[in-house]
Design a protein around this ligand. Sequence first.
Ligand SMILES: Cc1ncc(C[n+]2csc(CCOP(=O)(O)OP(=O)(O)O)c2C)c(N)n1
Ligand SMILES: [Mg+2]
Length: 558
Amino acid sequence: MDGMTAKGRTGGQLLADALVAQGVTHAFSVPGESFLDLLDGLYERRDSIELVTCRFEAGAVHMAEAHGKLTGRPGVAIVTRGPGACHASIGVHVAMQDSTPLVLIVGQIPFAETDRDTFQEVDYRRMFAPLAKWVTQIDDAARIPELMARAFDVATSGRPGPVVVAISEEMQKVVADVPDIGPAPTLPAHPAPGAIPRLLELLDGAERPVLVLGGTGWTAEGKAAIRDFALAHDLPVAVGFRRLGLFDGTSPNFAGDIGVGSDPALVARIKESDLVLAVGSRLGEATSQGYTLFPAGRTSPIVQVHPDQGEIGRVFRPLLGITADLNAFALALRDAAPTKPRPWGEWTRTLRAGREASVAAPDYDGPLNFARALQAMEKELPDDTVFTVDAGNFATWPQRFMSVREGQEFLGPTNGAMGYSVPSGVGAAITFRGRQVVSFVGDGGFLMTGQEIATAFQSGVTPIVIVVNNGQYGTIRMYQERHYPGRVSGTQLTNPDFARFIEAFGGHGEVVTATDELAPAFRRARESGKPAVIEVRMSPDQITNRQTVAQIRASAKA
Ligand SMILES: Cc1ncc(C[n+]2csc(CCOP(=O)(O)OP(=O)(O)O)c2C)c(N)n1
Ligand SMILES: [Mg+2]
């Protein structure tokens, strides 16, 4: 499209064409009267862009965010001004904290009414200032190609993130004669010439190294390259909070994930490590266990690799920082064969043994051992399954007891946004039609955005949602029991019949109350060929996969 002119296009057409020029294939939207001209432009480009009509702006943005996480190119959400933008804001926060490329387009009020507190008026530059990577408003149709290209460049550069573009109402009707602008062919940032030799020198001097993978934008080739490096050097590999898709959980070198609810033994080992290779990870609050992995503010035994130099050493001062595109870095590192035997074989085996001990399902009281149930269900999963999780304690069960295999994907909100799992699963299913999506969510999170399953029916995709029903906002109850044992306040829930909920949409519903029921229920759900909900009835007393309410109370009182 670059350099092409098409005479006399309206702003709405220019916007739709700008999306096509950027290679956009999907846009997730709840319509508003503020962007009728853009909707009309999309009508003309409906062969290139699938417009997905959603039920809730938070759902639309989570779908777009999942698209961005899975493809590395910005997911696009389009919402209306004021109320629509407010609903959408949670997804901007997810994209910011998760480093996901996202472009949120907001229909703006008529420009001529600015600053009258007119109907649905909001200043988006101020509203999204701390939430987004960049906010702009396009008031001149002739600048649509320029500013849209800029929006996509900012969303994907360095540390990827969300960009908000407000489009004033009349501007969408103005006719302008300007060419489209596509992405510039830009080569990724490669590690500096001295970077890999210095890293290897540090590795040669290490006894207890750990590779910690994180971040976004990884390609299959990049993930394979860093895997080959890890295996050649026999490094133990951990992944950051909710980054379980970055390394094969069944690999003999996989040590587990570090984040909320992760294995305390693994955290202890990482604190003992004398060289952490943090590739892509920001070593954020959850991954660093509340910034306790190393003393902050002084040099720590870390080599940190990140595409944005501004993220390197933000909390932990590393021995070495390397600014590079993660895939370019991984490919450069792949050929760095060890020049001498690696002395840490026993250390790596110790970390792996820890992971195996953690993944082994313990006994639990009652008819449902969710750990064993998940492990039986896991055998039914296709090799390219996409998992999504919500925020909540239920998520620590799949995170701990299942192994995300190479070729599978795992999407979770690192900012802990409840209501993420169902819409992101729908977005993933629409992005990768034909791949099985399995979305885990709690009873609390499901009733925040579970109605977005309607979009799966409308788009003809068939995710399977596993609702873990413990009749409460369990995570908060857990904190409550730790701080105020026995004083249950504001955390109990009265729930509907979740199987009948999905049946009302025309989907497939299952209820699971015992260990050996989950795998067959999952099989039936897949065979139904419909969107499905499997309600797993979890004892409210089994508040985490490590502790019961009684145990928490006892230690809180001690
Ligand atoms: C949008 C949002 N609101 C509130 C919270 C605070 N919060 C974190 S976990 C949680 C409870 C989740 O309940 P549920 O989905 O049932 O999962 P459970 O913890 O019971 O497994 C709450 C309310 C949040 N993280 N996000
Ligand atoms: Mg719950």
